[in-house]
Design a protein around this ligand. Structure first.
Ligand SMILES: *Cc1c(COP(=O)(O)O)cnc(C)c1O
Length: 393
């Protein structure tokens, strides 16, 4: 059996053939350095202008407020570290959530060592940020609120508009890590009062190693990467022209297909959730049932180890994840699952499956059959399960 069913789109996605097609000439024919003066480099210069405009339009932003980076992690680092550095005369307090991606959490830990204070606001049992806690955390020296648009593990969508309104009212900058949401959900930085937004190409069927940070006009943050005058002297380094072209094309396709994809994936998602919850006992769905990304499913199966489940799914040709790709390989349970209040032993038995528009119902039927088989097999080997069954007989 060598079929492959890819259900890990939150970790990365395939680059669409149209995207690769659009990129190719910028490796081979139009390889000019956009900073050069001769006409030969105009093709690369123009390509960057076009991609920047496509992206700006997708967010209702100004093209000059889009800055290309090497991906989501760089954008998150830039937004946090440079806001902290520039605005520290105003205050040294930052607010974020307890379930952010490590690109945010580890940057916050770094800033704490540099003398900043960070409040990690908790989430409810579905992973929605506690708004009363967030409001209470605001102080006169708070300079930044950074809350992710949608969670990469449990898919929960945060009340971004509400947070943006509060930040605006209090005169605090608002950054959102929208790496998972961008391309899946409509985002309008004006309507939502977003001051800075991080996104990444490879999460929306674009290439890896390219992303952007939206920085609203007037925000004074300067370079994270120093060197040449690229990106209006705010992000040095010869532009990744093929990557930028690919990202632009991926965004164009994502915008044009967004509502159809959302409908299609939501249907598949709900089918998967309903069948697994009704056909596999002692299973729970993690994350909000409705306020969740169209493509995200996250289950906890009692009495089993997520790692064993992943290995056995892999043997059946199914790619899933036990949390985020970054936490796979470590034995600590996910901070997100602990953040929604799951006990360690339940968090350990978790499985994230994230869909793409190439997945089919037929694939999910196969996955559900395999899941039923594997979960039962693992439970049959579990002393905890044996005890539980004896007690409940
Ligand atoms: C993947 C991801 C990142 C990191 O993006 P890269 O482009 O891989 O650096 C940051 N935040 C979230 C929510 C992500 O899912």
């Amino acid at each position: 059996m060598n079929r492959l069913i890819y259900l890990d789109h939150a970790a990365t996605t395939a680059t669409r053939p149209e995207v690769v097609e659009a990129m190719l000439p910028y490796f081979t024919e139009n390889y000019g350095n956009p900073s050069s003066v001769y006409k030969f480099s105009n093709a690369s210069k123009d390509a960057i202008v076009n991609a920047r405009e496509t992206i700006a339009k997708s967010l209702n932003a100004e093209a000059k407020d889009i800055y290309f980076t090497a991906g989501g992690s760089e954008s998150d680092n830039w937004a946090l570290k440079e806001t902290a550095r520039v605005y520290k005369t105003k205050g040294k307090h930052i607010i974020t959530s307890a379930i952010e991606h490590h690109a945010i959490l580890h940057t916050c830990e770094f800033l704490e060592k540099e003398g900043f204070e960070v409040t990690y606001v908790g989430v409810d049992e579905n992973g929605i940020i506690k708004m009363d806690e967030l409001k209470k955390a605001i102080r006169p020296d708070t300079i930044l609120i950074s809350v992710m648009f949608a969670n990469n593990e449990i898919g929960t969508i945060q009340p971004i508009k509400e947070i943006g309104a509060i930040a605006r009212e209090k005169g605090i900058l608002f950054h959102t890590d929208a790496v998972q949401a961008y391309g899946q959900l409509p985002i309008d930085v004006e309507e939502l009062n977003i001051d800075m937004l991080s996104a990444s190409g490879h999460k929306l069927n674009g290439p890896k190693g390219i992303g952007f940070l939206y920085i609203r006009k007037g925000i004074k943050i300067r370079n994270l990467i120093h060197g040449g005058g690229q990106e209006r002297a705010r992000r040095a380094g010869t532009e990744n022209v093929p990557g930028i072209v690919g990202l632009g094309m991926a965004v164009e396709i994502a915008v044009n297909t967004m509502s159809d994809r959302a409908k299609y994936e939501t249907n598949l998602r709900n089918y998967l959730i309903d069948r697994v919850l009704s056909e596999i006992p002692y299973t729970r769905l993690n994350g909000d049932r409705n306020k969740r990304l169209p493509n995200n499913v996250n289950f906890s199966f009692q009495f089993i180890e997520g790692e064993s489940l992943l290995i056995m799914l892999d043997m059946a040709g199914i790619c899933g994840s036990s949390g985020s790709a970054c936490t796979s390989g470590s034995l600590d349970p996910s901070h997100v699952l602990l953040g929604i209040g799951l006990p360690h032993e339940i968090a350990h038995g978790s499985l994230r499956l994230t869909l793409g528009d190439e997945n089919t119902k037929e694939e999910l039927d196969y996955v559900i059959e395999k899941l039923k088989e594997i979960v039962q097999k693992l439970r049959d080997m579990s002393p905890l399960y044996e005890d539980f069954i004896k007690k409940n007989r």
